[in-house]
Design a protein around this ligand. Structure first.
Ligand SMILES: [Zn+2]
Length: 462
């Protein structure tokens, strides 16, 4: 499996630090609002990487944080309004109730578009001690300093590689990024907070060696990724917008504390645009899973839509395109009904298709190429239907389109068949093999394939 690594700016092979498993960290949802399809495209990328690695036979440990503190202010706006506070005022709920509500909503939306739940979902509010410990370590190693107010800042000039990921060198930062945070006590305008002293109106705050306060957003991901994956792990994912400052700061913190490279591969996903504009709540330009359902669209069709574009590219969402994707997914499921049941093995032609599909997936998750392979297979006059079924059912481990849905629910044995099956199981239990064979013949004569399994007799259309 090869992936484009933002850090090295080339396509790198995934070579797990621990050969037994691939460790992957994904920047997760901020839980004071609903997820939109743009967020879901980014989380889908992480899940696709995991699916692709598992398809290749790897075991993956995937950690995705739940940001329920620490990224609640828009740091680029001068007012820096606490969004959790705004949500509380809107909804009349306490902070943890809001976090709980939107965490459940986020996970449900992810499931709806076929994103499997990560193995570990650590919450920021449950890892304050780890963030404080990491901050202490950085102070001790000369990478951070405490100011009079009780805030702690990372000293960007102390970390040699600062800016490598995003290309934002300190020179450029001096020229262009003065507005990130404004505290006259900071030594450099690009220094960022590891710990922020709590102001008088602050609701979510914790005790620390520097007084009551709350962690910076970036330190959350450093503390939790290293807690669950160790200080050397394989893949870190997020949206393009997180490259700077979030991931740049995360590298400075994690590597500043560990003293060596922590993450091997940084993978970033392109944005989803709606009618040519960035999807953003602030502009009202938002589409969510319930909007798809309302129009009678299968949310899994969103997967097929995203597969048409490479993950690093921006892509446009249009209702026409999702409508076409919905038609295509439903059509594929119907075709499966006619092709089933799956062949036990593949001929040379079928094997060739399988190799093409696997090569596309392994090649930096080239989903548009994988889509071409699917379409070619569907059209091929030379591959038997049963092999098409077997291939698509197997590829669905990556595609996640629930492609066997129609095929597996389309056919059910009749009451008469069920009665014969029960009779045959009773005969076999009584070791009456003559009766058992006779019942098998009767079922076969009804056009069925009869199989003996651990659960007893099972049948399917021959
Ligand atoms: Zn993060």
């Amino acid at each position: 499996m090869r992936l484009f690594n933002t850090l090295t700016r080339r396509v790198d092979e995934v070579v797990p630090v621990d050969p037994q498993r691939v460790g992957m960290y994904t920047c997760g949802p901020t839980v004071y609002r609903y997820m939109h399809l743009g967020n879901l495209r980014t989380f889908m990328l992480a899940d696709l990487i995991r699916r692709a690695l598992e398809f290749e036979g790897h075991t993956v440990l995937q950690v995705m944080n739940i940001t329920d503190v620490g990224h609640m202010t828009d740091e680029s706006s001068p007012e820096a309004i606490d969004k959790m506070l705004l949500a509380m005022e809107d909804e009349g709920l306490q902070p943890l109730e809001i976090a709980e509500k939107y965490t459940a909503e986020a996970l449900a939306d992810m499931t709806a578009v076929g994103i499997r739940t990560p193995d570990v979902l650590p919450k920021a509010t449950e890892h304050i001690a780890e963030m404080i410990a990491l901050t202490e370590e950085l102070i001790e190693r000369g990478h951070a300093y405490v100011v009079e107010t009780g805030s702690v800042y990372f000293d960007v000039t102390s970390f040699e590689g600062y800016g490598t990921l995003s290309g934002n060198t300190l020179d450029k930062l001096r020229a262009g990024h003065r507005d990130l945070e404004t505290d006259p006590a900071k030594r450099h305008e690009a220094d960022f907070a590891l710990w922020k002293a709590a102001g008088p109106g602050r609701l979510m705050k914790w005790d620390s060696p520097w007084g009551p306060g709350f962690p910076g957003w970036h330190v959350e991901c450093s503390a939790m990724s290293m807690k669950y994956l160790g200080d050397r792990f394989d893949i870190h994912t997020g949206g393009n917008d997180l490259r700077f400052p979030h991931h740049e700061d995360e590298i400075a913190q994690s590597e500043g504390a560990a003293g060596h490279r922590v993450v091997s591969l940084w993978v970033h996903g392109g944005h989803l645009r709606l009618a040519g504009q960035k999807i953003a709540k602030s502009t009202g330009n938002v589409v969510r899973v319930p909007d798809l359902l309302e129009r009678g669209l299968d949310p899994l069709a969103f997967r097929w839509l995203t597969f048409q574009t490479r993950y690093r590219s921006e892509m446009d969402f249009t209702w026409d395109a999702i409508g076409d994707a919905d038609d295509r997914v439903k059509q594929l499921r119907r075709r499966m009904v006619g092709w089933g049941p799956a062949a036990d093995g593949l001929g040379a032609l079928g094997q060739g298709f399988d190799e093409r599909f696997r090569a596309a997936i392994a090649s930096d998750l080239d989903m548009p190429a994988a889509v071409v392979v699917v379409n070619d297979l569907v059209r091929s006059p030379d591959v038997p239907g049963s092999e098409k079924y077997a291939l698509l059912a197997s590829w669905d481990d990556v595609l996640g389109l629930d492609i066997e849905r129609e095929a597996t629910i389309a056919w059910q044995p009749t009451d008469e068949m069920r009665a014969l099956i029960a009779e045959r199981d009773a005969a076999r239990a009584a070791k009456d093999f003559a009766a058992s064979d006779e019942l098998r013949d009767r079922l076969t004569a009804m056009g069925l394939e009869v199989m003996d399994t651990a659960e007893g007799t099972t049948v399917r259309p021959a």
